[in-house]
Design a protein around this ligand. Structure first.
Ligand code: SAM
Length: 222
């Protein structure tokens, strides 16, 4: 199987199952035009996140890693009445594009982008008692995933869902000796999840227009 085939199948299902989405198309164009790296979730993956948050009946969502707000908008669209989303982003330039996109999507009253290193912004979320979150999407710097898991456990409650993207990385996750800090961070994160009796998890490997990767889905059970 080739990347071309994966992309064609993604396009087939996206055309078939996703309704025309002019605002999100415009958001993707704005991210490209601003020169943001093409590392947002795909349209199909965005819909997957939207469905997860909807099934969860999420009222509060925390995202770590905003980029141009593409996944933020998918997630925020799943929020019910009175829902709220906080997204943390290190790069001011990315956050500025995301804020414009969130406004374009008409979600600026419920979705907020906060700038800074996530590890610097998470303590205030705890201090201000802005959680617990029904869903946390971890999609930023992978070396910090172990720290993000620790924070996610503080900011969730039994029944909450934690989604982590890019946990397969073209299969490189198997390399125990990897010198890649992303792999090292993810492997440590995986071990922490595996050892934590408060959660239950699985990983679904994905192929598609974003190549070969995967999501970890975790439910907080106690
Ligand atoms: N979730 C986005 C989407 O699918 O549309 C993609 C996020 S992109 C994969 C990762 C983002 O995390 C980048 O915009 C990057 O600047 C941001 N990031 C990297 N390190 C960070 C940190 N320490 N704190 C917060 N954000 C960080």
């Amino acid at each position: 199987m080739s990347q071309q085939k994966w992309s064609e199948v993604d396009a087939y299902y996206t055309d078939l199952l996703l309704r025309p989405n002019p605002v999100l198309d415009e958001v993707a164009r704005a991210c490209n035009a601003a020169g943001l790296p093409p590392i947002a979730v795909s349209e199909a993956q965005g819909k997957f996140l939207y469905l997860l948050a909807s099934i969860q009946g999420a009222g509060k969502i925390l995202e770590i890693g905003t980029l141009g707000g593409y996944s933020t908008i998918w997630l925020a669209r799943a929020l019910g009445e009175g829902g709220r989303l906080i997204s943390l982003e290190y790069e001011e330039r990315h956050a500025a594009v995301a804020r414009d996109n969130i406004k374009l999507a008409g979600l600026d009253k419920i979705a907020e982008v906060r700038v800074g290193k996530a590890l610097d912004r998470l303590p205030e979320i705890e201090a201000n008692e802005e959680g617990p979150f029904d869903l946390i999407f971890i999609d930023a710097d992978k070396p910090n995933n172990p720290n993000y898991l620790t924070w996610a456990m503080k900011l969730t409650k039994p029944g909450s869902v934690i989604v982590s993207d890019n946990v397969v990385r073209n299969g490189n996750i198997l390399d125990e000796q990897s010198l890649d800090k992303n792999i090292q961070g993810l492997r440590r994160f995986n071990e922490m999840v595996a050892d934590d009796s408060r959660v239950t998890s699985t990983v679904i490997q994905t192929v598609g227009e974003k190549g070969y990767d995967g999501f970890m889905l975790t439910r907080v059970i106690s």
